[in-house]
Design a protein around this ligand. Structure first.
Ligand SMILES: Cc1cc2nc3c(=O)[nH]c(=O)nc-3n(C[C@H](O)[C@H](O)[C@H](O)COP(=O)(O)O)c2cc1C
Length: 185
């Protein structure tokens, strides 16, 4: 079940660089696409993704100025591939993949119940030359009931790396660099 969480730790879901699902709603229906080019820009958080008009999602985001960045577990890798290899122009990917769309607090784009976390975002800036969209994260949701908590990381050549061992022993060394309440594990 997706539950509201503190936005201050939203960046911890993206900083490790997992492949993500980006949801949109164009006023007629929901859509979802796969994005692996993303970057956390600060703690607030501002988040950049790189995309372009070859994706329906890009046009919808420019039009609606919002989206949800969803972090799937490794168990959703087949869906990640499908969402990234098919355009939503003709296919209802939510229906096809049996993904459960949930309403968030700030945007019409849906959360995905089956994901580990979802970040509701508003578009703040578009750097046209590079296809960079910069979002402000408004609300973090986390689903702590998933059995598979590892994320997948796209290499870019069609192969993926799954999370391995999590090392937490350096947390105290980094405390002065990190705002309070940002612990993920
Ligand atoms: C693993 C993976 C990663 C991808 N990462 C990106 C990305 O970072 N930026 C991008 O524009 N497209 C990326 N894509 C391609 C889009 O997800 C793809 O064009 C998708 O069909 C767009 O769907 P839409 O037209 O419904 O928006 C990726 C695809 C895969 C399979």
């Amino acid at each position: 079940m997706q539950k509201e969480s503190n936005i201050s730790r939203a960046f911890t879901w993206l900083e490790p660089g997992p492949v993500i699902l980006v949801t949109t709603n164009n006023g007629k229906r929901n859509n979802v696409c796969t994005i692996s080019w993303h970057m956390v820009m600060d703690f607030s958080p501002h988040i950049a993704i790189t995309t372009g008009n070859w994706n329906q999602s890009f046009d919808t985001i420019l039009h609606t100025r919002e989206c949800v960045l969803c972090i799937p577990g490794l168990d959703l890798l087949d869906d990640v591939l499908y969402a990234g290899m098919h355009s939503g122009t003709k296919i209802d990917k939510f229906a096809r993949l049996h993904l459960t769309a949930l309403q968030g607090n700030f945007v019409k784009a849906p959360l995905i119940e089956e994901c580990l976390a979802c970040i509701e975002c508003k578009l703040e800036s578009h750097i046209e030359t590079y296809g960079i969209l910069i979002f402000k994260g408004l609300q973090l949701w986390e689903n702590k009931s998933r059995k598979e908590n590892r994320t997948a990381h796209a290499v870019g050549d069609g192969s993926f790396i799954s999370d391995g061992h999590i090392i937490t022993k350096y947390r105290k060394n980094m405390r002065t660099k990190i705002p309070d309440g940002c612990t993920r594990f």
